[in-house]
Design a protein around this ligand. Sequence first.
Ligand SMILES: Nc1ncnc2c1ncn2[C@@H]1O[C@H](COP(=O)(O)OC(=O)CCCC[C@@H]2CCSS2)[C@@H](O)[C@H]1O
Length: 373
Amino acid sequence: MVPQSSLKNCLQLLCILQAPKAGFRSTASGGLIMQSTSNDVYQNLAVEDWIHDHMNLENQQVLFLWRNSPAVVIGRHQNPWQECNLRLLRQKNIKLARRRSGGGTVYHDLGNINLTFFTTRKKHERMENLKLVVKALKALRPQLDIHVTDRYDILLDRQYKISGTAAKLGRTAAYHHCTLLCNTDKLVLSSVLKSPYKGLKSNATPSVPAAVKNLFEEDSSLTSELLLDAIAEEYAMQHKIDRHINLINPADETVLPGINNKAKELQTWEWVYGKTPKFSVSTHFNIAYKDSVLDVKVDMDVKHGRIEVCNIDLPEQWLPPALCSELVKNLTGSKFCPNETTVLVTTLLRACPQDGDLQSRWNLLCENIKMLM
Ligand SMILES: Nc1ncnc2c1ncn2[C@@H]1O[C@H](COP(=O)(O)OC(=O)CCCC[C@@H]2CCSS2)[C@@H](O)[C@H]1O
């Protein structure tokens, strides 16, 4: 049985969210605080998209609070191969998401909170939002030494980053979102945000690495819940609204029509990898086989995540040139992706003479090529 009060809240939220954009009727309040019931990064980014696309923010600003299970979130114009260790992400089951705002790459887990401030484009004010966060933290723990930098990071003790910022400015609506490190796994953070890929050239936005710290390290009585409540309270006070946090389920199509399609789109390979700005890989690797060591040179141009031009340079006596050019031909046009390459090389190998020695060489070569991806 749903309690009467939460049913009422849910209906109120439904009315507010679904009021038609043009004829939106403002409530008496000038703002709304929402918190996601989901820890899925794609669903939460989809809520951001939904609010940005559907809500009239003219008389009503929104603060959206959310947390994710382990995920790496890259900026809109970034290259995931350049920014993180994709193999480690796959091994550790850490999701990779591309957001719609620009800027660098961050790591999320349940020890990190995310805050999204929605306003009209005209009222977009990153510094004000960050000052609000600092004020809330100071109200909670006055001894904290925290301040906002001119690149909109929040620093602890003048040197450790505890929050990173990015923004999306639409035609009329805008949002500013930021992280806040409370108790994130720093070992995982630093290991996943290290790229092992060599010889990569691109014009994609690079991240700006920083020394990070958790607020919990400074004061072990701090929890994500305490921080969220303190920020909601400060937001409510400054916007003169009810401090009630409206829970929102990002899978609920009755409240957020079309949300599931938005979440699906954010998970597609075409969005996450395919939106990577054009880049090139120019590298070489050694293959040790029997008594010799072979040097293999590989050059690739990758556009929309697909191999556009491919060159593999290796001695003729090691692999029949026809086979090498068949590999190059098949790689061209395919996704720069180890799974797709596995399927492709397995199919090619089936059509090959059943020669054990040749197969071993082929496997070694293909494994090394997959390691570049
Ligand atoms: N969670 C988190 N919070 C703060 N700083 C982080 C975090 N994860 C990594 N880092 C550090 O920031 C740099 C990248 O800094 P850089 O300045 O390049 O990028 C950012 O800060 C982007 C912030 C995006 C915020 C969005 C809000 C909701 S969805 S993601 C990285 O190399 C680490 O050193």
